[in-house]
Design a protein around this ligand. Sequence first.
Ligand code: SAH
Length: 470
Amino acid sequence: MRNKRTRQIFEKVLVTDAAAKGKSIAKSPDGRVIFLTNAVPGDVVDVEVFKKRKAYYEGKVVQFHSLSDKRTDPVCEHFGVCGGCKWQNMKYEEQLSFKQNEVVNHLKRIGHVDIQEILPIQGCQEVYFYRNKMEFSFSDARWLTPEEIAKGGEIDSKFACGFHIPKMWDKILDIEKCHLQEDPSNAIRNEIKRFAIQNGLTFFNPRKQEGLLRTLMIRISATGEMMVVVQFFKEEKENREKLLGYVAEKFPEITSLQYVVNEKGNDTIYDQDVVLFKGRDHIFEEMEGLKFKINAKSFYQTNSAQAYELYKITRDFADLNGDEIVYDLYTGTGTIAQFVAKKSKKVIGVESVPEAIMDAKENANRNNIDNTVFYVGDMAKIFTSDFIAQNGHPDVIITDPPRDGMHKNVVNQILEVLPEKIVYVSCNSATQARDLELMKEAYDVVKSQAVDMFPQTHHVENVVLLQRKV
Ligand code: SAH
């Protein structure tokens, strides 16, 4: 039998930096990086190593010697267990400073680009309650905290409605108050849970694949409209109507109450019918007089106020005069395209999700915008010389790809057509940097501005303006 090795401990190390996924970084005496799970930069700590690799360690703090002045008290009672807001224990200005550094480091170290102007990161006005959409899961096997287990005795309820414990697909933390979405989000979730327990409705068990209540989605738009979608695992008409009838009566401010009966193994609703129970099957978001229709499956930026800031920066960087042909690549529901349409001759939006393009067309119509065209297609395939010949040579390309960045074909095609300007919006500055490096022979990086859409998390958006070299 193998001897149980004693775990390695590093004493009194200074935590120097923040890293992705709420981790932080310290240096071990042998020069390797240590990734830590429960510290804030500036803390001095003893670290127990639980994973050793060639280039780094992973560890956890076993003793704090001094606490960082970058710390602040987390506002949420679920902090530390819930995977949601891992940076709540760090002051917001410090969060912003780490995000700014990360973006600039990526552009310089991965992209090796010279940035003519680095603008300061744009923080959020609201650092809590900023999300317009939340999704919660039901479970009949509530996650118990170590404190509860230590206390022993009777467990008061095993039912949960909340979030998955990080890396555990079948464990749900019950949430009493989430600080990410404004009221009555918490009240709706808690009332549904209370009513369900009181009336004996069953909660989902992912291992056994049984139980009635599965997920809950709540969307609250900037116009005050509210959508609630309850997902059931099976058809129990009487229970369903009882629950939804109660929710409709208790929260008359819900303008769209819908449900899904999903008997599949996974709980995504994208391939399911969403059924209207009360109100309309959609809500509206509004931005600068533009209206965007949102149904249960539509994509919309989850922080509406900050999406507006992001789009304004994008439009400012493009600096349009009304005569330009603009391409909006990865257009989603065409929000950026419509946002810049008034200052463009024509905008061509491209996106791979057909439903999003249907929304984009419908929204453009409703907003009386007649100079946008939208295409469904995989950017890597659709964005060809023929496509460009058909739609016109781009003066400006706005691109907002997913986390993987742009496909090589797309970058190559951009380098083929050489628009005067490119505005690159990114939710992952590492892949953005990789793409910028591919374009740096032909383009100057004029300016870069990070925008924080997700306070209390490590996520950050970055907008870069590229100008064709003369
Ligand atoms: N600009 C939009 C959406 C950006 S998110 C907004 O601000 O709302 C990125 C978008 O790229 C998503 O809508 C996603 O569906 C789309 N997408 C992902 N891969 C794609 C591909 N290969 N081709 C085209 N679109 C893609």
